[in-house]
Ligand binder design. Sequence first.
Ligand code: FAD
Length: 298
Amino acid sequence: MSKLLLITFDGGAEGHQLAGFAQKLGLPFDVLCISGEAPTEIGAARVLNAGLAEVPPADALAEGLKSLVAGYSHIAGLSNMRSKDVLARLAGLIEAGMVTDVIGLQSPTSFTRPMVAGSVIATVEVLAEPVILTVRPAGFPADPVSGSSPVESVTLAASGQAQRISVTARGGARPDLSQARVVVSGGRPLGDAETFERVIGGFADALGGAAGATRAAVDSGIAANELQVGQTGKIVAPELYIAAGISGSTQHMAGIKDSKLIVAINKDPDAPIFEFADLGLVGDLFEVIPEIRAKLSV
Ligand SMILES: Cc1cc2nc3c(=O)[nH]c(=O)nc-3n(C[C@H](O)[C@H](O)[C@H](O)COP(=O)(O)OP(=O)(O)OC[C@H]3O[C@@H](n4cnc5c(N)ncnc54)[C@H](O)[C@@H]3O)c2cc1C
């Protein structure tokens, strides 16, 4: 029988983001919660709670997941670096089909996904079963669900060749870029790391959001590597994306397409980003950002 397993790595928020996909797919579904708070209110038949203190390294986790995913026709996680790392390994181990970055579906075996930096949308028919999917949640808004799902404890035995020595958090208390509701990103004109942190980081903090950057900013040492947004960086889908001093290259836009509202600040009225922005402010970011902050009193 066709059945979906949603996989959440470290908390209920991921389950809520995947709920809309499960509703659209329309199959009965369970949620496997590896670590963090179990998402019990998204309409799952069962919540399988592994209850690990921390998410194991990818090779061990993929190995441990093998037995837990048996019997499911579809296995899905959020589209992010961790899913692509763990779920791609799992697909190899269990010889499953895999489609990443799913943004739509026509049937339980036919999915749409962006390709070539988002300039084309491919429809992919998967003949293998099971199929493993990574999903971009912006394409699947969820309907409200009532009631709470029963929780069952499961054992996830994760041991592999890699051992995590230490984890150092970067970016302080800011929300994770891929999960943030507000993202403020800056480009090359920020000039140096101190200015980037003061202008972009400060604005992001004032709005309770995450800071992001273009590859040009990262390559010039203005912003940290993990802040890169785009085709070769992180894919974001916030409620509000503010792009300051960003030209709007195809590669950058590929990472922000699913944002609900894009606000661009650029001093060049012909900058390509204005073609995509919902709101465009022509002006110098070093004047416009303080003006906005003063108006919002943040
Ligand atoms: C294979 C490949 C993969 C790539 N992947 C990525 C990716 O993942 N992410 C990514 O971002 N890029 C990526 N790039 C790079 C991309 O092509 C662009 O070079 C990059 O996005 C440009 O960054 P930028 O907008 O900061 O800089 P620029 O293109 O230099 O643009 C700066 C903009 O700021 C404006 N400006 C200047 N001063 C001010 C000011 N004071 N106030 C307001 N506006 C101002 C200018 O008018 C200009 O529009 C990739 C490129 C390749 C080839």
